[in-house]
Design a protein around this ligand. Structure first.
Ligand code: EPZ
Length: 418
């Protein structure tokens, strides 16, 4: 396994290009299962997770080729409908093949994604929705086998909480179902809108885009898509926070500032200069960063995927910050590691109280999940001394060429074999 070595306490300076969004690319790639022919997906980031879902599609019989950041995927000869435990255990988002496989082939056998570092992350809403659409489901030896005699039929699906991949799975199942499906309390993340745009480009009939109520009228068949993956708002937010924490200034290009309404407000309230112009953002850190409070919420609220990174920034702010994680039950794995770097943080239920200090100190720390690792990188960039982050395969799941982008901002970063 590799580790990342960071020599911290250096201001960042420069310009980097934001990649396509991991959490948009994954459902877009899964949606190619819905129609034969060559699908064209632009701006696809080259990440561990996108390579994993392409490997999964290969086991189902799909072909693909990459031309730069454009991916071509063909699913004409699907000859398998099972997503194996080996693949699913490395990436829970593999569950995204369940809906499209069921819609295209009338059956799917997907390993239940076990828990993960940040919580139990059940998929009950996915399964309830498919059952409502006429699928019969059996759970045995860790797999869910879904099948439907003829075609899925439309229905009204209500999500207790707006599940992102739950909404995506039901969307992909509904586009080829008989009749009308209404999804109530649907998730409204920009990644859902990207998927809706792809499905409509394939001939799907979907109304309610960008709202919490999606209405889908099933069609007989769909044609291959051409779509562009939206920029990664979590990668963008991670670099905005990195500059706010380590100091300096940067320009982030090929991003979409309108996808980060809550974070940008919060960073401005903390005293950072954040200027957005269409598809780029300029950010710089002031002499003093003020503590602010946040509570994670579904979009457009503060993203849970930026909570850990913001905590690193608040560790060096002035005052007390209350950070409440309201989406996942165990998303404070980064706290113990940040405390090893000198951060003063107390956990109280699902809130962390962060007392800002003057300096963090470099240390050997361990990555536990994707965004916790990003938080440790942010802290390492600001810390005095050297920070060694082990198990950085977590990072490589969701950040394209992070070491290269940080070097372009003047950071002293290198990868080493553990
Ligand atoms: C998506 O996960 C993202 N992953 C996550 O990003 C992100 O943190 C999360 O949405 C929230 O924004 C992808 O898009 C691939 P949810 P997802 O279903 O869909 C509960 C990252 O770092 N729930 O919206 O799995 C669940 O436990 C990853 O890139 C159920 O109870 O999240 C959670 O409390 C981490 N039953 C809440 O809903 C279900 O059937 C929101 O989860 C589904 C979800």
């Amino acid at each position: 396994m590799d580790k990342l070595i960071i020599e911290g306490a250096r201001k960042l300076q420069g310009e980097i290009r934001i990649s396509g969004a991991k959490n948009a690319a994954l459902p877009l790639i899964a949606a190619t299962l819905l129609a034969p022919g060559w699908h064209v997906i632009h701006n696809v980031p080259d990440l561990r997770d996108t390579r994993t879902i392409l490997a999964l599609l290969e086991t189902l019989g799909a072909e693909w080729k990459r031309e730069g950041s454009t991916l071509l995927v063909k699913t004409d000869s699907l000859n398998n409908f099972e997503a194996s435990y080996e693949l699913v255990k490395t990436m829970r988002a593999s569950i995204l093949v369940l809906g499209p496989l069921l819609a295209r082939m009338g059956k799917a056998r997907v390993s239940l994604p076990g828990g993960c570092a940040i919580g139990a992350r059940p998929i009950d809403f996915h399964l309830l929705g498919l059952k409502k659409m006429g699928a019969s489901l059996d759970l045995e030896d860790g797999y869910v086998t879904a099948s439907v005699k003829k075609k899925l039929s439309g229905g009204t699906i209500y999500f207790d909480v707006p599940s992102v991949t739950g909404t995506e799975n039901i969307l992909m199942a509904a586009v080829l179902a008989k009749g009308e499906t209404v999804i109530k309390n649907a998730a409204r993340e920009p990644e859902i809108t990207n998927l809706v745009d792809m499905l409509i480009s394939m001939g799907a009939r979907i109304a309610g885009k960008d709202t919490d109520r999606l209405t889908i009228n099933g069609v007989k068949s769909l044609k291959p898509a051409e779509i562009t993956t939206i920029p990664d708002r979590i990668e963008t937010g991670t670099y905005l926070i990195a500059v706010g924490t380590a100091g300096g200034e940067a320009n982030l290009t090929h991003c979409n500032p309108s996808h980060l309404p809550s974070l940008i407000e919060k960073l401005r309230a903390a005293g950072l200069t954040v200027k957005d112009s269409g598809n780029s953002i300029y950010v710089s850190r002031p002499a003093k960063v003020q503590s602010i409070d946040i509570k994670t919420q579904p979009y457009p609220g503060f993203p849970t995927d930026l909570q850990a990174q913001l905590m690193a920034l608040m560790s060096l702010a002035t005052g007390l910050s209350v950070i409440t994680e309201a989406i996942f039950e165990n998303r404070f794995m980064h706290v113990a590691e940040l405390k090893r770097m000198g951060a003063e943080i107390k956990i109280n239920g699902n809130s962390a109280i962060v007392k800002g200090i003057a300096q963090l100190k470099g240390a050997q720390v361990m990555a536990t999940d994707l965004r916790a690792s990003a938080s440790l990188v942010v802290a390492g960039l600001a810390a005095h001394g050297v920070t060694e982050i082990s198990r950085i395969y977590h990072l490589e799941r969701g950040y394209e060429d992070m070491a290269g982008k940080l070097k372009a901002l003047g950071a002293r970063v290198r990868k080493e074999k553990e």
